[in-house]
Design a protein around this ligand. Structure first.
Ligand code: GCV
Length: 648
């Protein structure tokens, strides 16, 4: 599309296809999409595409072999011909994008038959988009890429849905198959999307459908009252259940392949079943019952905690909350109710241990939620490629038998980082997070470095590959180095969460404390002397986290309050680690900025300039983080830097 960055689908990515003869066999809407893609490439590069005939004269054959909607495909090359077969339309589309990723190599030599299928069935993006501009949060809550892609001037974008089409295409090319189009904090205007404004949601769904993407909607638990005029939203009330059943029937009347509801209940002020003395299983199951006849799913979020706690109260530990609320409900959720759990116990900090809920509810379908939008990781002004963090999460084994990627039977979900910005993600390099999420959701055990290289090759071509890899690969660890140390988290400016404020959340009601004093820092979450949180893990991890001697350095302050002179497993003291990492982090940003500067001329100048400008801000901010954190801990501890560097 004109004026919009092609991201990982630039013209060149289709050249190897568009210069050849392609046969497409089969019918259906997604086969039409495949045909459209190839025909478009041929129109630009001179190849040809046919929908009839025998394979012999063709270089590429894309063939639908069945009537299903499966996502698997097979790829092979022999006798000078490349063949993709799939028994479902989505599979054929994913097969086409596999050829795009391979580029010319898809048409060279011979390739044994390979079968590809996603490891995770649901690969979803949640948009925290408001239809109207919210007075505090703006249009996209925690959005750092402009306004909403879906909503403008209080309505669905109408004729501008071309932008959504381009988005659907990019998502299909990295394997995403579901999108929730509005914020989980459902305000009044957005609540109405469920009823009288469902036509607008249907218009978006119609644009995403040809790319194999199902549309979901965030709804308010109070909808029967807010929209239906009922006096209660009690999930066991027959009138309430009837209202949801009728409303859901109308939703499916408008959107026959509607994916389902996303619900944030009893969380940060959103209404929920607690008001009626009901459990979250009661709430989720009511919606599951309404969705069930149509094959829909309710994604019920487990982000339930007390956000009005008294900081003086040392017995309440926010990290414990999701486990305490939900584990007793294991086995009570309906088959089409998915419990959507943030990957860490707190809230998308730069480093958290895995949420102990994951692995602790074997009789419940769990979806794991990641955050592509960089709320706590530099807000798309800093380069912070999250692939290594997500990969660590997905490969982690809460118990020996299975990794998180396998336990996420209900799907993998990321909070989207996209807006109406011409580069989609504000920071052009943040596109790598979106792409990586899709590819990891398809194959959670994949090497993130390989995905990064794939993204670089598609987006930039071969020239700056090594430099870009270097700049992005370590950027999450760099960000971690200059921000909150050793897993303690927070230390951000309250409200907007950008930039340092060591005590910003220390005396707040949000349950987000570091407890730094003159002797030490960190939260004692041990069973022996602390909040008991460490005991929520399966035995082998509970033991590891229980003692500061065995706890991994990177989460030490999450689990323990230790003295500044405590010697880490790395051999450094905590205080020296804080100083060293903060100096290193800034030096790494300085180097990355130079590498980026050296790439001018190798890419579109607008893209280069946008990133260069953001590196200036990243460096300024990283220095601010370094100096505030180091000065804070020098002043608290009175222990100087062993290397005598300047601390204020
Ligand atoms: C959509 C954090 C964010 C909120 C977000 C919430 C959630 O608290 O700061 O903006 O609300 O998480 O995940 O529901």
């Amino acid at each position: 599309m004109q004026g919009v960055d092609p991201a990982w689908l630039p013209d060149g990515a289709f050249r190897p296809i568009g210069t050849r003869r392609t046969l497409i066999r089969g019918s259906g809407p997604l086969v039409d999409t495949v045909h459209g893609e190839v025909a478009d490439a041929c129109a630009r590069f001179g190849g040809s595409v046919s929908r009839e005939g025998s394979p012999e004269p063709y270089d590429l054959v894309l063939e639908l072999t069945g009537p299903g909607d499966g996502e698997a495909f097979a790829f092979e090359r022999g006798d000078g011909r490349t063949t993709v077969t799939a028994s479902g339309g989505p599979g054929l589309l994913y097969g086409l994008f596999h050829v795009v990723r391979l580029g010319d190599t898809a048409f060279q030599g011979s390739h044994d038959r390979e079968e590809h299928r996603p490891d995770v069935a649901l690969r979803m993006l949640d948009h925290w988009d408001n239809v109207a501009v919210h007075p505090v949060m703006g249009q996209v809550e925690r959005g750092y890429a402009g306004g909403s892609l879906f909503w403008e001037d209080g309505r669905a974008r109408g004729e501008l849905l071309g932008r959504v089409r381009a988005y659907g295409r990019l998502l299909a090319a990295c394997g995403i198959n579901a999108v929730a189009v509005n914020n989980v904090n459902v305000h009044e205007t957005e609540a109405r999307l469920l009823t009288d404004r469902i036509g607008e949601v249907a218009a978006i769904a119609a644009v995403l459908r040809p790319y194999g993407i199902r549309t979901h909607l965030s709804v308010t638990f109070a909808a029967p009252m807010v929209l239906g005029g009922l006096s209660t939203a009690d999930p066991l009330d027959a009138g309430v259940r009837g209202w949801w059943a009728r409303t859901t029937a109308r939703v499916y009347g408008a959107i026959p392949d509607f994916g389902g509801y996303v619900v944030k209940a009893d969380s940060e002020g959103q209404p929920g079943p607690f008001a009626y003395g009901r459990s979250h299983a009661d709430g989720a199951n009511m919606l599951a019952a309404a969705l069930g006849p149509y094959g829909g799913t309710v994604h019920w979020r487990a982000f339930v905690y007390d956000h009005r706690q008294d900081w003086r109260d040392r017995t309440t530990d926010r990290a414990r909350a999701a486990y305490d609320h939900f584990v007793p409900l294991d086995g009570q959720f309906a088959a089409n109710a998915v419990l959507q759990v943030k990957h860490g116990p707190m809230d998308f900090q730069v480093r958290e241990p895995l949420s102990p809920l994951i692995g602790a509810m074997p009789r419940t379908r769990l979806a794991v939620e990641l955050q592509a939008t960089q709320e706590y990781t530099g807000q798309q002004r800093h380069v912070c490629w999250l692939g290594p963090m997500w990969s660590e999460v997905l490969r982690f084994r809460p118990e020996e038998s299975a990794a998180v990627g396998e336990l996420a039977r209900g799907g993998l979900v990321a909070v989207s980082n996209v807006g109406d910005d011409p580069f989609w993600t504000g920071h052009p390099l943040a596109q790598a997070n979106l792409y990586t999420f899709g590819r990891l959701a398809w194959e959670p055990g994949a090497d993130p470095g390989r995905i990064l290289d794939e993204w670089i090759a598609l987006t930039f071509g071969p020239r700056p590959a090594a430099e870009l890899h270097a700049v992005l690969d370590g950027s999450w660890r760099t960000y971690e180095k200059y921000t909150a140390p050793l897993g303690v988290g927070w230390m951000v400016q309250p409200g907007h969460h950008y930039g340092p404020s060591v005590d910003g959340y220390e005396y707040s009601p949000w349950g987000t404390y570091h407890f730094a004093d003159r002797d030490g820092v960190g939260v004692d979450r041990s069973v022996a002397t602390g909040t008991g949180y460490a005991g929520q893990y399966a035995e082998q991890w509970a033991e590891v986290y229980e003692s500061p001697d065995t706890c991994p350095d990177e989460v030490l302050l999450f689990f323990h309050h230790v003295s500044y002179n405590h010697v880490l497993r790395s051999g450094k003291t905590v205080i020296q680690h804080i100083y060293d990492t903060h100096f290193e982090g800034v030096a790494e940003v300085e180097r990355a900025r130079e590498v980026w500067a050296s790439l001018a001329g190798l890419m579109d100048p607008a893209r280069h300039a946008r990133v260069a400008e953001r590196y200036e801000e990243q460096l300024r901010s990283a220095r601010e983080w370094r100096d505030q954190i180091n000065s804070y801990f020098l002043r608290k501890s009175g222990v100087g830097d062993a290397h005598g560097r300047r601390i204020y």
